[in-house]
Design a protein around this ligand. Structure first.
Ligand code: TRP
Ligand code: ZN
Length: 879
């Protein structure tokens, strides 16, 4: 166990390593409890380090068996061992070899970091600092070595043995044992090391790169499930081809393997040539996976594959540069998915995720810059800010310099930094070099936490036919008031459609706001226009502008930018929701005449366009989430009032559009003999049909429940079955309980499907949900040791059930606190993630705020907390 003293690691303290490791020869002898690792490390003093410095190797939960220097056993007084390090006070001042034998217990490894077992399969997870749980090492990303790995195991237990790179040899070992030797010629940091040993089925594929390299692909899954790996394999092939055309990046080994495991702390991991996945992001069939599961697989498969260049060939100098690989790779996977599907629909999804996950983080005590300046526990910085806001920064850069300069800069970055451990500065330098621009002002995006506010007022001068926009920007919570460089994609819209007005400050539809306040004037504006600002959500900011509902509905009808058409509807809905929520629960029942205008506009939109683009129409009908509304209100939050306001508005929409919604359901129904396809068009039809079902039920619960039950009975896809069940879950009664029970019976052997069932029940906004969850924790399919189960049931409650999690009696907080304390003993990373649900406690109204704070303090008072949990607690209470 590591110590819990909160030592802050500072970016400003970065120093190169005093020693480098060029070669690693590993010999891993897999046994359930006593796995032995022999590591032969070729070291040398780093010319950039301090000569004669002690050699401090990281290590954690290791048993040292022996230690040799240049082939000779070291006397026990020649080195020192603590819980976290092995130190040689006086290593040779020349190249030397260390041979280290360690023993680890993969079965007892419940943290899922280092070498562990998942459903009997041996696997590893080394990012960020798990390699030190396999052997003593310089476990930092700027120490890059060439690895050769020999893996030995029982042939019965682990017929498949996989490592990084290419297979060199394999064969018989001792009786019943066999081995494989893998070699990865590309130098890499230890966090990209991986091995797998287990009984797995393989789905194979083949790809020839633009450079003529022939690649064998393998997707390895639980025996009997290889048919469910087909979509993941297909997505891999598409990602490989796309990276060649979109970024000029070809694959660089002869083998590319993907392995799915059931116990995994996050989505997936980009180990060189051997990506390891949470099986949720590999396994899919029409019977078990929803359309959004398919989309998630496509995205995550691509994300990990794209890391081969953005992360592996060019890696990070230190963990402060995490966004260098993660933000960039999210941007790349977003572009890939946009090209595979509908760009507008995908962009709306990206922004919804950003607002739901990153904006609250940036507004609360866990806010941090995209490139943090310090951390106590790096595993707590794999955040929405680093990933999603990090991707937004890359997107803004492209908007600012244009697509072709962006591509030239990317090419230069990959060329200049290939084989190195780079920094954010190296990244920006590549774009500065190809454009000749100074990007140091833009770089502030990496340093400033918080969501900037941009306030805008518009003034029309009918006599002069000019339209003026006055912009100002601000960023709360920072002493530094130097402005950010904010690209504003914009245009003007009139009563009949876009207005073609000119301004010399707008280039390619983009105005750059780089001052605290600035003014922009359009000339030749023939009518009073409505401004369409931040088209495509061109910057991750909050926009403050007073537009009338009528103006917004003009944008909804006539804007040329689909994102802003959607945004216009959201903004009207947001105003309706915040006003009703703030008026309190008593008044929340009436919808009012302005809601009717909104519903009429939605109806007009549906009549004109729903069948032409069902996926987009489904999004147009969606309301801002409860969390979005809370963020907009900003303080003194009453989750019950927000919930009531959303219910009321949804009921109103359901009533108002009832005929149309039924009509859409009929028009969009698949013919009975239609073959299943997970593609975007088919998924779009299903999504609009299911949004219609949801609104019908909101308008008329009784007939909605019958329709949902019918849909479940007739469903041929998990998307439709689950949509029916989700609607039924909101309507109390025996019909719901019967449907839930039938679902559980049908999928009793499908843990990933049962996760959906856990999450739906965790989200029921009713007073007895805590008891329901307590019962579900006893369900045979539930396990506190499996991250997917925990995220479904406990995370589904804390993140997906705002009224019950935030109950004024504190029962919701207590339930989650209990789970956190239990899980922290086995898997601190997972416990720390769950704890982030308390991040918005200061925004709540006083009764709930006090309850939430008291609960966080109770967790804080528990003995033996992990560093992961202690770090989140300290920041949650301090912020
Ligand atoms: N680098 C991984 C990604 O692609 C995420 C990751 C970081 C991770 N740490 C991990 C995955 C620990 C599993 C466990 O985003
Ligand atoms: Zn990643």
């Amino acid at each position: 166990m590591r110590t819990e003293n909160p030592i802050l690691i500072q970016l400003a303290d970065y120093r190169p390593s005093d020693y480098l490791i060029d070669r690693v020869i590993l010999d891993v002898d897999l046994h359930a409890h006593e796995s032995r690792v022999k590591a032969e490390l070729t070291l040398r003093p780093n010319p950039a380090g301090i000569a004669g410095a002690p050699l401090v190797l990281d290590g954690e939960d290791l048993t040292l068996l022996s230690l040799e220097l240049d082939g000779r056993a070291l006397a026990s007084d020649a080195y020192a061992i603590t819980a976290t390090a092995l130190t040689l006070a006086q290593p040779p001042n020349r190249p030397f070899k260390l041979t280290i034998r360690t023993q680890v217990d993969p079965t007892a490894n419940t943290r899922l970091m280092g070498l562990y077992r998942s459903g009997g399969v041996y696997c590893t997870q080394c990012e960020a600092d798990g390699f030190r749980r396999i052997t003593y090492f310089l476990d930092r990303p700027d120490v890059m070595a060439v690895y050769t790995t020999r893996i030995e195991a029982d042939r019965d237990e682990a017929p498949v043995l996989l490592g990084n790179g290419n297979l060199l040899e394999s064969g018989e070992a001792a009786p019943g044992r066999h081995f494989a030797v893998w070699h990865d010629p590309h130098p890499k940091p230890a966090y990209l090391f991986a091995l797998v040993g287990g009984r797995l089925d393989r789905l194979g594929g083949h790809f020839t790169t633009s450079e003529g390299r022939s690649i064998e692909l393998g997707v390895y899954v639980e025996p009997g499930k290889s048919a469910r790996a087909a979509y993941a394999l297909d997505a891999t092939l598409r990602a490989m081809a796309w990276d060649e055309t979109a970024f000029g990046r070809a694959y660089d080994l002869d083998v590319f393997n993907v392995v799915a495991v059931s116990d995994f702390n996050m989505g997936a991991m980009e180990n060189k040539g051997l990506n390891i996945f949470n099986d949720k992001y590999v396994l899919a069939s029409a019977e078990t996976a929803t359309d959004s599961d398919y989309a998630g697989i496509e995205t995550v498969i691509a994300h990990e594959y794209f890391h081969n260049w953005s992360g592996n060939r060019v890696t990070c100098r230190d963990w402060f540069q995490l966004c260098l690989k993660e933000g960039l790779t999210v941007f790349r996977d977003q572009e890939f998915s946009s090209d595979m599907r509908s760009r507008a629909v995908h962009r709306i999804g990206e922004v919804r995720t950003l607002r739901a996950r990153q904006f609250p983080e940036d507004a609360g005590p866990l806010a941090h810059p995209v490139r943090p300046k310090h951390y106590a526990e790096i595993n707590n910085f794999y955040t929405a800010t680093v990933y999603e806001k990090g991707a937004e920064i890359v997107r803004m850069l492209r908007t600012l310099i244009g697509a072709s300069a962006f591509r030239a800069g990317m090419d230069r970055y990959f060329a200049e930094c290939d084989g190195t451990a780079a920094t954010v500065e190296d990244f920006l330098d590549a774009f500065a070099a190809v454009t000749g621009r100074d990007l140091s002002d833009f770089a502030r995006w990496y340093e400033r936490p918080g969501t900037p506010k941009v306030s805008v007022t518009g003034t029309y001068d009918a006599g002069a036919q000019t339209y003026r926009l006055d912009f100002s920007q601000s960023l709360a919570g920072s002493d530094d008031t130097t402005p950010l460089v904010i690209p504003v994609a914009l245009g003007l819209v009139g009563q009949q459609g876009p207005i073609d007005a000119a301004s010399d400050r707008v280039q390619d539809g983009v105005f750059v706001l780089s001052e605290s306040a600035d003014t922009l004037t359009f000339t030749n504006v023939p009518e009073a226009p409505v401004p369409s600002l931040f088209r495509g959500f061109s910057a991750p900011v909050r926009i403050v502008m007073t537009l009338s509902d009528a103006d917004r509905l003009t944008l909804l009808r006539h804007d040329s930018d689909p994102f802003n058409r959607w945004q216009a509807g959201q903004s009207v809905a947001m105003r309706l929701l915040t006003e009703r929520a703030m008026a309190g629960a008593a008044e929340a029942d009436s919808a009012g005449p302005d809601a009717s205008a909104f519903v009429d506009a939605l109806g007009g939109f549906l009549d004109a366009e729903a069948l032409a683009d069902p996926a987009f129409a489904a999004l147009m009908l969606g309301l801002p989430g409860a969390g979005d509304v809370a963020g907009e209100i900003g303080a003194n939050i009453d989750p019950d009032a927000i919930h009531a306001a959303r219910l009321t508005l949804r009921r109103h929409i359901g009533h108002g559009l009832m005929g149309r919604l039924h009509g859409l359901r009929d028009a969009l129904a698949d013919p009975a003999d239609a073959a299943f396809s997970p593609d975007a068009a088919a998924a779009g039809r299903r999504s609009l049909r299911n949004v219609a079902l949801d609104l019908i039920a909101a308008g008329d619960p009784a007939s909605g429940a019958d329709l949902a039950a019918e849909q479940i009975a007739a469903a041929t896809t998990m998307t439709d079955r689950l949509a029916g069940l989700s609607v039924l879950a909101t309507i109390p009664g025996p019909q719901r309980e019967a449907a839930l029970a039938a679902f559980a019976t049908r999928y009793r052997d499908e843990p990933l499907v049962l996760d959906k069932w856990f999450a739906i029940q965790a989200g029921i906004a009713e007073a007895d949900t805590p008891q329901r969850i307590a019962a579900l924790q006893q369900h045979p399919a539930f396990a506190m040791t499996n991250p997917n189960r925990v995220r479904a049931l406990i995370g589904g409650f804390s993140m997906g059930n705002p009224t019950q999690f935030n109950r004024p009696d504190g029962a919701g907080y207590a339930l989650v606190a209990q789970a956190i304390l239990t899980i922290d003993k086995s898997n601190p990373q997972l416990a720390a993630r769950l704890l982030t649900a308390f991040g918005s406690w200061r925004m709540l109204e006083p009764v709930r705020r006090d309850r939430a704070e008291a609960t966080v303090r109770e967790i804080h008072a528990a003995p033996g907390l992990s560093r992961d949990v202690a770090d989140i607690l300290a920041r949650t209470l301090a912020g």
